[in-house]
Design a protein. Sequence first.
Length: 198
Amino acid sequence: MNYLAHLLLAGEKEKLLIGNFIADHVKGRAIETFHPDIQIGIRMHRSIDRYTDSHPIVQQSILRLRPKYHKYAGVIVDMYYDHFLARGWSEFSNESLDRFTKKIYHQLLTNISILPIRSQRILGYMSRYNWLESYASLEGMQQAFTGMAQRTTFESKMEFAVQDLEMHYDLFSREFNAFFPELCMFVETEYGSLLRNK
């Protein structure tokens, strides 16, 4: 899953939120340098990714894109799913997307000094250009994919990913709507007590 989903699933505990945000930039034993609850957030992020990557519905979405995008197909599907999460936000949160994203930016920026350098850089761009809300529009998705394509080492063709989203919009939407409630139940089962104990 991409940033918006991870941040929503992290719940209300700030340190779980931080761990979910920085997980991809914490390697090896560096995890041991963080507060225990941040470590749990990092492991939570990784559990969510393992569950997502092995789920047959997600695999179906990825297979549709793999002939064209190869190893980047999974990254693109993560972005597509964040798009559908942003579009259907009210089904998964009682808080508006605008209020949620402002709260998230504030919490992460308040703790920026403890984030890995790469996470700090991403947070700077994310908050400045409001990535989390921009995922709701196709224009915002196009900007995100264009930027990602420019940053990849090899040709990714991600600048064309919105065309494929539009072409198969209903299929990807149905797959997201079938998968995401299952992911929410997985997180509740695995981390429910942590999410409830603020």
